[in-house]
Ligand binder design. Structure first.
Ligand SMILES: NC(=O)c1ccc[n+]([C@@H]2O[C@H](COP(=O)([O-])OP(=O)(O)OC[C@H]3O[C@@H](n4cnc5c(N)ncnc54)[C@H](O)[C@@H]3O)[C@@H](O)[C@H]2O)c1
Length: 227
């Protein structure tokens, strides 16, 4: 019989997942990948169980060990469940990330331990202020913008995070792109222009707060005006 388990060194460290469940995870992963390729976004436990060739009660129990319970009436998000299982088996890719602008925000991001477990490894901190170069932050030392090309190539970095002031962000984005970075997460208050093929995501907490403020305001309106 084929042993479907991943090699011992790839087995999850999370305690409490029975070996029999671990052995079924690759089946679910394969079924989810196939379902995802058909364009399916969500899947019921019955559908997934059929595709994986197990019974649905067992599948629900197995997935509950991963903290995945699905949504009643909707099922499981195919892509997210695929990600969770791949992570559990140790298959997810590891993305090297550079942060540019190591001020308040850049330091907070570099100190955050949660990226690592999600497959993002911050491999370099870069700042444009020569006085900051050489400063130690955790395991990393702030590097110079003039070394960006080398840093990106040596570490095979495809994602850059911009945490500089807004007026510096476009120049930094240009430098990232010319160094070979193809995805940018921009925290600076600036709209970036990038060549096609470069993905930019913007994070703006003030916009999120404004949305909450809008909802707060509506909560205070009398019932008949709100509805
Ligand atoms: N998106 C959000 O929700 C959010 C939240 C907080 C802050 N911000 C933004 O994040 C940015 C950083 O905020 P902060 O409080 O950390 O600022 P900060 O002034 O503490 O740090 C900015 C850093 O960028 C460096 N820098 C400046 N110009 C540079 C350049 N051309 N190349 C490389 N490095 C350069 C500076 O030397 C400094 O270390 C700001 O644009 C701020 O508006 C966004």
């Amino acid at each position: 019989m084929n042993d479907l388990r991943p090699p011992a060194e790839d087995r999850p460290v999370a305690p409490g997942i029975p070996e029999a469940t671990v052995a079924r995870l690759p089946l679910y992963l394969r079924a989810l990948t196939a379902l995802g390729e058909t364009g399916l976004r969500t899947v019921s436990s019955e559908q997934l169980a059929t595709a994986a060739g197990v019974n649905s009660a067992k599948l629900r129990k197995d997935l509950s060990y991963l903290g995945s319970y699905g949504t009643r009436g909707v099922g499981y998000d195919v892509e997210y469940l695929r990600y969770q299982i791949a992570r559990e088996i140790g298959l997810n890719e590891d993305w090297a990330v550079v942060i540019i602008g190591i001020g308040n925000l850049g330091q907070a991001l570099s100190n955050y331990g949660g990226f690592r477990s999600r497959g993002f490894r911050i491999v370099s901190l870069v700042d444009g202020d020569p006085a900051r170069v050489g400063e130690q932050h955790g395991d990393l030392v702030i590097e110079s913008m003039s070394d960006l090309d080398r840093i990106v190539k040596e570490n095979d970095i495809s994602i850059g995070v911009i945490a500089t002031p807004g007026d510096a962000a476009q120049g930094v984005a240009d430098r990232l792109v010319s160094a070979g970075v193809t995805s940018i997460l921009n925290f600076a208050p600036a709209v970036l222009t990038v060549p096609s093929g470069i993905d930019v995501r913007k994070v703006d907490l003030s916009i999120e707060l404004q949305i909450l403020a809008y909802h707060e305001q509506r909560k205070r309106l009398p019932g008949e005006v709100r509805s």
